[in-house]
Design a protein around this ligand. Structure first.
Ligand code: GLN
Length: 445
């Protein structure tokens, strides 16, 4: 049924870079056999899954939507993907993304854009736009994405689905192509909070991961928190975020209505002040590109990926492979990172960004002394049109609500709130919880 849905919907949506019918049917048959043998089945047994194309799945290519990795075959399966397969998920295909996860639109994919299923003139958001669109279009009930500065939560908002970025370290990054290693985190998309809870339980099952030293043991209690009472709990509101320039009236009204709904469920709204949030975007666009530059240095035209043919010297081979293998945004990030880490510049920007990171993390910690979760917009506006935002700085601002959470490392989840009256497109809110209290996102969601 999922493969038929892909055939019917994906010509318009273009969420997939590869569809994997053989792997899907083999996985589905394994579930059938287990059922026939009377074995106990996980709640996700037989559930179709889309996988962002920066995650390795043996038997597929892992392209990161880049010419650099166009023909790269996954040598093994990422831990996060393996855990979904162990829960019985059926891998339907590899989902489109911004090249190497740099972006907020999925338009920087080297292969094709993805269209927002609600309005194909609009982007699905990014960088996990293919994953979000697959769920929104009903092609797969669940998808995996990765989020370095908002890449799960912003496309979930644009596509009207639930998307969770758990706390940094909750899910293993082994087998996921690195962008910013201190920021990257894997998480699920689903149509409902319950589906996301089931996916989270599968992702954390089996505990930490010997292949990722930052992956922690997290209890698989997400499904237990679906529908849990929030009576008497406290929800933080950041007034500066609700009055921010760039926040559209329809998104603001929807988030205010969500706050009232939480109040009606017995929660108390409390204003919280996070004085250093202003620095988050600047800190992110120093730390992110610096880490990306280090991580993407491995694409040297020798060991991995695209190799320029016919070069006379190793230096020419390396520089031409990179020149022709990477797209414009991937080059911009790496050039920025190289500059920021250079001698004399490093102290001024990278070190300052690390200090800002500490202050922002402390701001969140202080806020959580007063509240159980924080409610805020997920994105300042609804999905924009393809090509509408051509200035990179404007594009970077579309993550103004998501980035500080990666900087601090705690978890956040986008919850859809219906369709905006002005735009006719999905509007959403974001819930944010203290580190390793991600199950609260499920309860409040
Ligand atoms: N849009 C942000 C960026 O361009 C975040 C991307 C992400 O989370 N991978 O860096």
């Amino acid at each position: 049924a999922a493969l038929a849905a892909v055939d019917a919907r994906d010509p318009q949506v273009q969420a997939f870079l590869q569809v994997t019918p053989e792997l899907a049917l083999a996985a589905a048959k394994r579930v059938d056999a287990a059922r026939a043998a009377g074995e106990p089945l996980s709640p996700l047994a037989g559930v179709p899954l889309a996988i962002k194309d920066n995650m390795n799945l043996a038997g597929t290519r892992t392209t990161c939507a880049s010419r650099m990795l166009e023909t790269y075959e996954s040598p093994y399966t990422a831990t996060c993907v393996q855990r979904m397969l162990d829960a019985g998920c059926v891998p339907v295909g590899k989902a489109n993304m911004d090249e190497f996860a740099f972006g907020s639109s999925t338009d920087t994919s080297a292969f094709h854009p993805t269209n927002n299923p609600w309005n194909t003139a609009c982007v699905p958001g990014g960088s996990s736009g293919g994953s979000a669109a697959s769920v929104a279009a009903g092609m797969t009930p669940i998808a995996l994405g990765s989020d370095t500065g908002g890449s799960i939560r912003q496309p979930a908002a644009f596509c009207g689905v639930v998307g969770m970025k758990p706390t940094y370290g909750a899910v293993s990054r082994y087998g996921v192509v690195a962008f910013g290693s201190s920021l990257d985190q894997v998480g699920p998309f689903g149509r409902t909070v319950e589906d996301v809870a089931l996916a989270m339980d599968a992702l954390v099952a089996g505990g930490s991961d010997p292949f990722d030293s930052t992956a922690q043991e997290v209890p698989a209690v997400f499904a237990e928190h679906v529908g849990a009472s929030i009576a008497g709990k406290r929800v933080g509101i950041i007034p500066a975020f609700m009055e921010a320039e760039g926040l559209t009236a329809e998104v603001r009204h929807a988030v205010e209505e969500a706050a009232r709904a939480l109040e009606a469920a017995g929660a108390e709204l409390v204003d919280v002040d996070l004085p250093h949030l202003d620095a988050a975007i600047a800190a992110y666009y120093v730390i992110g590109p610096a880490e990306a530059f280090s991580n993407l240095a491995r694409f040297d035209g020798v060991r991995y990926g695209y190799q320029e043919p016919g070069c006379a010297t190793l230096a020419a081979q390396s520089s031409l492979s990179r020149a022709h293998g990477f797209g414009a945004e991937a080059k911009r990030r790496q050039m920025l990172g190289a500059y920021l880490l250079s001698s004399g510049i490093y102290d001024k920007y990278y070190y300052a960004a690390q200090k800002a990171r500490t202050l922002i993390t402390e701001d969140y910690a202080r806020a959580y002394e007063q509240v159980d979760v924080i409610l805020m917009p997920a994105a300042p506006r609804t999905a924009f049109k393809h090509g509408e935002i051509s200035d990179p700085t404007q594009m970077y601002l579309s993550d103004m609500y998501t980035i500080s959470i990666n900087i601090a490392g705690n978890g956040g989840m986008t919850v859809p709130l219906g369709v905006g009256e002005e735009s006719g497109l999905p509007v959403a809110a974001q819930l944010v919880a203290p580190a390793f209290k991600d199950e609260r996102l499920i309860a409040f969601g």
